[in-house]
Write a protein that binds this ligand. Structure first.
Ligand code: SAM
Length: 208
């Protein structure tokens, strides 16, 4: 288990109990995502956490593979799905690369509040492109701190990680992220930002 898995395992219970900070924005993201779904779709959500969003999307698609590095997050996700009588989500531990879906086999991939946490986001975005069918959808909701004073959080990350109170955080701007997604073979269908200084960036992109 990496240090990052341990961090998220230790946060799982509290994360499951935390309230959505901006309900209107969350509902807008759900609705805009579901507008791309059809009942026959098979989707993958990486960094699914405790499965709260997967449970919301499950009635709109055929199947969701919910993937996360933290087994504790997944345990809560399995319980949450069972309590909601949702039986079309499979929870699997690992990164998206470890999940290793077949090339061109997936209708949509979701990465929500996770891309800024991975050290290798170019590889992750390339993996999203690899597993999507042509015309498939990538939904990304990501903290982009590059143009905010919050980018200096980077200086605190090594100490925060050492103390076990912070995960790895990687800094990018909204335009860098959008360009990296385009460079990986996508056209962007929807892009908007929200929150303090616009650091929350929501993108829906289509695999060309
Ligand atoms: C901030 S939480 C977001 C959870 C959920 N997507 C949401 O929006 O509420 C980040 C999640 O990503 C997971 N994670 C971190 N790095 C990951 C990686 N490289 N691959 C898969 N999951 C990862 C963590 O275990 C954690 O559950």
């Amino acid at each position: 288990m990496s240090k990052s898995d341990k961090f998220w395992d230790s946060k799982a219970e509290a994360y499951a109990k935390s309230k959505i900070s901006d309900e209107d924005t969350y509902q807008r993201k759900l609705a805009e995502t579901q507008a791309f779904f059809t009942p026959d779709m098979r989707i993958v959500e990486f960094g699914c956490g405790t499965g709260a969003t997967a449970v919301q999307h499950a009635p709109h698609v055929q199947h969701i593979d919910a993937v996360d590095v933290s087994e504790k997050m997944l345990e809560i996700g399995r319980k949450r799905a069972a309590e909601a009588n949702v039986d079309n989500i499979s929870f699997t531990q690992g990164t998206l690369a470890e999940f290793n879906a077949e090339a061109g086999s997936v209708d949509a991939v979701l990465g929500l509040n996770v891309i800024h946490l991975v050290p290798n986001r170019h590889e992750v975005i390339a993996e999203v492109a690899r597993i999507l069918k042509p015309g498939g959808i990538f939904v990304s909701s990501t903290g982009c701190l590059g143009n905010s004073y919050l980018r200096f959080i980077k200086l605190l990350v090594p100490l925060g990680k050492f103390l076990g109170i912070m995960p790895d955080v990687f800094i990018m701007t909204e335009s860098e992220l959008a360009q990296e997604i385009r460079n990986a073979g996508f056209t962007i269908e929807t892009q908007w930002h929200h929150g303090s200084k616009g650091i929350g960036v929501f993108i829906i992109a289509r695999r060309t």
